[in-house]
Design a protein around this ligand. Sequence first.
Ligand code: TRP
Length: 457
Amino acid sequence: MEGKKRETFSGSITIFLATLGSAVGLGNIWKFPYLTGENGGGAFVLSYLFCVLLVGIPIMVGEFYIGRRSRKNAVGAFSKLNAPKFFKSIGYFGTLSAFIIMFFYSAVAGWVYSYVFKALTGKFNLLRSMPMEKAVKFTSDTFAFTASGNLYPMLWQAVVFIIVSIILMAGIKNGIEKVTKILMPLLFLLIIICDIRALTLPKAPEGLNFLFHVDISKLSKSVILTALGLAFFKLSLGMGTMITYGSYFTEEEKLINTSMRVALSDTLVSLLAGIAVFPVVFQFGMEPSGGAGLLFKTIPLVFSKMPFGNILLAAFFLLASIAATTAMISMVEVPVAFISEEYKINRKLSVLITTSIMFIIGVLTVHPNSIFGAVKILNRSFFDNFDFLSSNILLPLGGLLIAIFIGYFVLKENLKDELLKGYSSEKVNMVSAYRFIIRYVTPILLLVVFLNSIGII
Ligand code: TRP
């Protein structure tokens, strides 16, 4: 690529949609509702919003800065910016995180894909005539089979990797950019239809109360750490995805504005997903803390008695699959870019190597019935350990290093120069405020939550 002009996204709208395409994924539709359920509702949601505001947005701006200033991949960027060698570890850890996240993310994506198929083939038709209790049991049995059947989940995980590989090999820009432009708004529309349906259930107020009523007594170390981890996971931060995307931004793009728009839209999608799920949970007397299966046990019930319910159900999971797929692509792209650029391996081969390793280790570890599926470390399955290790340790650690780099190693003039691009007036106060936050607020918050969680303070 040296000597050739590096490609950029075509403009502000594409930048917004591509970045939002990375952020919006299973994190919103699957993780947010079930973590809110497990962590006591409103208090968790509020901590999450704080984490997005004080940690997520500042770090996203930082990643965009590193990407656009260097116009390089997550490892190369730090050499280009003359960072101390040590900061390159952000790129290496990022590559590791991409693998660890993909081991389980691809399995969940497989569940989502399989629900599209189930809806289309009429698996949920029976629900229409079932009494409530039987319907609840039917959806939870269906989920159990989807996630822990013998070969079934592995086959769907293979389908996920085949699709991700094909798209990555074909090059993402033309395909994904165009596809997300139509499908992201559609996803939005379908979630709103789900919301309307959920909100008209008699017990909707209980669901909303759970989601929005803040009960401070529910706050604990682990609730706050989980909220922080979710903010990283949700906004694709701490592992170089946003550095890579930032490196494709145009010179006029306003980095602070973009971060805020992406973070707010992403949060809106999460809240809308929560509004679709919790009224159903309370209506059907389910446990909010039901864990990873929550989405799969509730959404089929939302649609079961509606006209065209099957089609809407298929459409909902189809769009969830697309959201998951665009997010996965942004994740897998980090190791692919790294391997192909740093080791000069052809891009298609890099994709093949990366996805094969992800698939093999993923299949062997995350399914309850596979070889290592029953192994527990620290009392947690591989699935949970991968999830915990990435969201609660690797991503926040990457974020901390990014904050330190931006706050203490980037010259104020350079930061000002880059962040003010695109503005017609000199918004010096904005840059000073940002610099204050990234120097003092973000890293200190991160450290406190972090040290707290490992029991040091
Ligand atoms: N943000 C995506 C989601 O919510 C997942 C994701 C994509 C991600 N790229 C990432 C998470 C990079 C962490 C790091 O589903």
